[in-house]
Design a protein around this ligand. Structure first.
Ligand code: SDX
Length: 392
């Protein structure tokens, strides 16, 4: 019993850590960031305000938010020698591979002067990561299409600034539909944190050794890339493209039920949510609004809706409590915003950086911080004696 919520002893014995950042009730479909329901934050907040909330534990006053936004805005640049780091990659390398490498290399630029036990420097490292992630992400994308990097414009807010770095070309002004930055900001809020998911647990485990925050977040990016985790949004689009048209949905459902097919419905299922993912509900509604506001009719949305409808009626999925998760509709919105498919998981990483740094800060590497040490169930051989080569 934590005084707020009561957990069964079995849960308490397997819990990886204690954290005050995010609370999930998988059966009730509840998601709270520092006690605030995701639905209310999605409706009223901004990604940067949510980043502040996750890091500091309280909503900022107007003055606190102004200072925070100023700090982030003035740490968005990346050094030219860091940008040149990209030149060493194959031009068509996956952006997640480039992002992971470049973020890890931040330690070569900033770690030497970083005393991670000093709260001010820990805060600065967190600000640098939140500020630079969009700049690095956009630079990876521009490198992969052979375009010159665009520098972050301090006059723009966080998401608009990112979209400019992604799509602006010197030859003509960038026309951004007003809904684009708002939709992106909402997607970033919904992806900002999610308790002890695989990538956040990775960041905490690496952080528990006293490793620098850049190495911790690079490890989180690597974990997020997997198709069972953050890579699912890219995999959902590929799956919908493979299904092709709504009349092929039945075949896909049957294939997903056949264990030997190795095919799973990407964007379905969740380790914790066993009724519905509250983020998926919000994203589903936003998907229709964004496509409507943009005047886009994406046949993939028809396929997605048909797939969802069929799966939710099928006993295989009902028995296994498999419902659409946060990744099921997000890719369709990213596609409508002209974000390329291979950048979808990079978008997830930009947003989840807020959660990763909040957990890293919460872990507060102090002399009595315990190093993470997961245990195992040993299934190997019992004790036995060595057998010399000539006796084998
Ligand atoms: C994210 O942890 C987090 O919070 C993650 C995340 C976050 O914000 O950080 O929410 C983000 O990662 C969302 C999940 C994105 N991944 C996908 O959409 C990939 C497809 N989903 C699955 O791989 C799977 O559902 C997981 C990984 C998400 C959850 O897996 P579980 O809970 O470990 O379930 P399982 O693999 O043990 O499967 C249970 C049963 C199995 O069948 P049986 O052996 O019981 O007969 O359900 C089946 C599975 O075969 N199953 C699926 C399925 N997911 C599970 N069958 C078809 N399609 C699926 N998607």
């Amino acid at each position: 019993d934590t005084g707020l919520f009561t957990y069964d002893p079995g849960f308490m014995s397997t819990a990886a850590c204690r954290s005050a950042i995010t609370y999930i009730d998988g059966d009730a479909g509840v998601l709270l960031y520092r006690g605030y329901p995701i639905e209310q934050l999605a409706q009223n907040s901004s990604f940067l305000e949510v980043a502040y909330l996750l890091m500091q534990g309280e909503l900022p006053t107007p003055g606190e938010f102004k200072n925070f936004e100023h700090e982030v805005t003035h740490h968005t640049m990346m050094r030219e020698s860091l940008r040149q780091f990209l030149n060493g990659f194959q031009y068509d390398a996956h952006p997640m591979a480039m992002l992971c490498a470049v973020v890890g290399s931040l330690a070569a630029f900033y770690h030497d002067s970083l005393d991670i036990e000093d709260p001010k420097q820990r805060h600065l490292a967190a600000i640098r990561l939140i500020a630079k992630m969009p700049t690095i992400a956009a630079a990876c994308y521009r490198y992969s299409i052979g375009w010159p990097t665009r520098f972050p414009r301090n006059s723009l807010e966080y998401c608009t600034r990112f979209l400019h770095m992604m799509f602006e070309v010197p030859s003509e002004p960038l026309e951004l539909p007003p809904v684009a930055a708002k939709a992106l900001d909402l997607l970033f809020i919904l992806h900002a944190d999610h308790e002890q998911n695989a990538s956040t647990s990775t960041v905490r485990l690496v952080g528990s050794t006293g490793a620098n925050p850049y190495a911790c977040v690079a490890a989180g990016i690597a974990a997020l890339w997997g198709p069972a985790h953050g890579g699912a949004n890219e995999a959902v689009l590929k799956m919908l493209e493979e299904i092709g048209t709504a009349d092929q949905v039945g075949k896909a459902i049957e294939k997903a039920k056949d264990k030997n097919s190795g095919f799973r419905l990407m964007g379905f299922g969740h380790r914790v949510y066993k009724n519905f993912d509250p983020r998926a509900t919000i994203i589903r509604e936003m998907c229709h609004k964004v496509l409507n506001d943009l005047g886009v009719h994406d046949p993939m949305l028809d396929v997605a809706m048909k797939l969802e409808e069929a799966a939710l009626k099928d006993s295989y999925f009902i028995e296994r409590k498999l419902y659409p998760n946060v990744d099921f509709y997000s890719g369709i919105i990213y596609k409508a915003l002209k974000i390329p498919t291979e950048m979808f998981t990079v978008m997830f990483a930009i947003a989840r950086t807020a959660g990763w740094v909040a957990h890293w800060l919460e872990q507060n590497v102090t002399p009595d911080t315990k190093i993470g040490r997961p245990r195992q169930i040993y299934t190997g051989s019992g004790p036995r004696d060595y057998v010399p080569f000539d006796k084998r």
